[in-house]
Design a protein around this ligand. Structure first.
Ligand SMILES: C[S@@+](CC[C@H](N)C(=O)[O-])C[C@H]1O[C@@H](n2cnc3c(N)ncnc32)[C@H](O)[C@@H]1O
Length: 239
């Protein structure tokens, strides 16, 4: 699907929530390279090696205190963050993924909130705001308002860590086609063949770092060799 007019992304946001609700029980197949996401020994090895790089980067960042995790999903990162946090507020629009997360994380430190992030404001401030594979689902025209909501959620000296996908065909299912890195809406399929259109914005690390700097953030954005990018730092007002 070709890039849609910027003003039109909002029409995909409900479908994006529907997609992740329907996918809750098969979401982890992507992360663990199973079924349609299995790209063979060699590429799977690279994938898991790069996941280790991400874990090391989070570890060096030393997340601590009160953490807000946006679009927490099935808990792949919640269960990792819980070892560092005093408490985590984990927000997601899908009650189904929150159930998977709760069963996996099993921690009294985590409080779950079911909410649409485009209509939600935290009622407190956090030491760290963390989001994995979420920024790419924020429509480009909502980029500025999203980051201003992140800023509002941070304490003075608060910090941000995020992870996202690079444009790479073998990062997704074999029957998902990535055509053009500038497309901002892509078609996704479930195991039963149902199709959904969702927002997916691919960033280059330098381009994103510059865009964030222009918005007042001091965030370093790095790549892993093939699959991921990750950013960490704070705002000029918060650091
Ligand atoms: C790509 S998944 C990332 C999940 C998790 N962070 C991870 O890394 O595995 C995107 C998540 O965003 C959630 N989501 C989609 N639209 C949302 C919205 N408008 N508000 C809150 N969560 C939303 C989905 O339910 C899904 O869990």
């Amino acid at each position: 699907m070709k890039t849609v007019n910027n003003k039109n992304h909002d029409r995909f946001l409900a479908e994006q929530i529907e997609y992740y609700r329907a996918r809750s029980n098969e979401y982890d197949e992507w992360f663990f390279r199973q079924g349609r996401y299995d790209h063979g020994l060699e590429l799977n090895k690279s994938w898991f090696g790069e996941i280790e790089t991400l874990r090391r980067a989070v570890n060096s960042f030393k997340p601590s205190g009160e953490i807000l995790e946006l679009a927490c999903g099935t808990g792949i990162w919640t269960q990792f963050l819980v070892q560092y946090a005093d408490e985590i507020t984990a927000v997601d629009a899908s009650p189904e993924v929150i159930n998977v997360n709760r069963a996996r994380t099993k921690s009294p430190k985590v409080q779950y909130i079911e909410a649409d992030l485009f209509n939600w404001q935290p009622d407190k401030k956090y030491d760290v705001v963390f989001f994995a594979f979420w920024l790419s689902h924020v429509p480009p025209e909502r980029f500025a308002s999203f980051w201003s909501s992140v800023e509002k959620a941070l304490k003075p000296q608060g910090r941000v860590f995020f992870i996202d996908s690079r444009f790479e065909q073998t990062s997704t299912a074999r029957n998902h086609i990535l055509e053009n890195p500038r497309d901002t809406v892509i078609k996704r399929r479930l195991n039963d063949g149902r199709e959904f259109n969702i927002v997916k914005v691919f960033y280059e690390n330098k381009e994103l770092e510059d865009k964030l700097r222009d918005a007042g953030w001091k965030i370093k954005v790095e790549n892993t060799p093939q699959y991921f990018l990750y950013g960490y730092g704070g705002g000029i007002k918060t650091v």
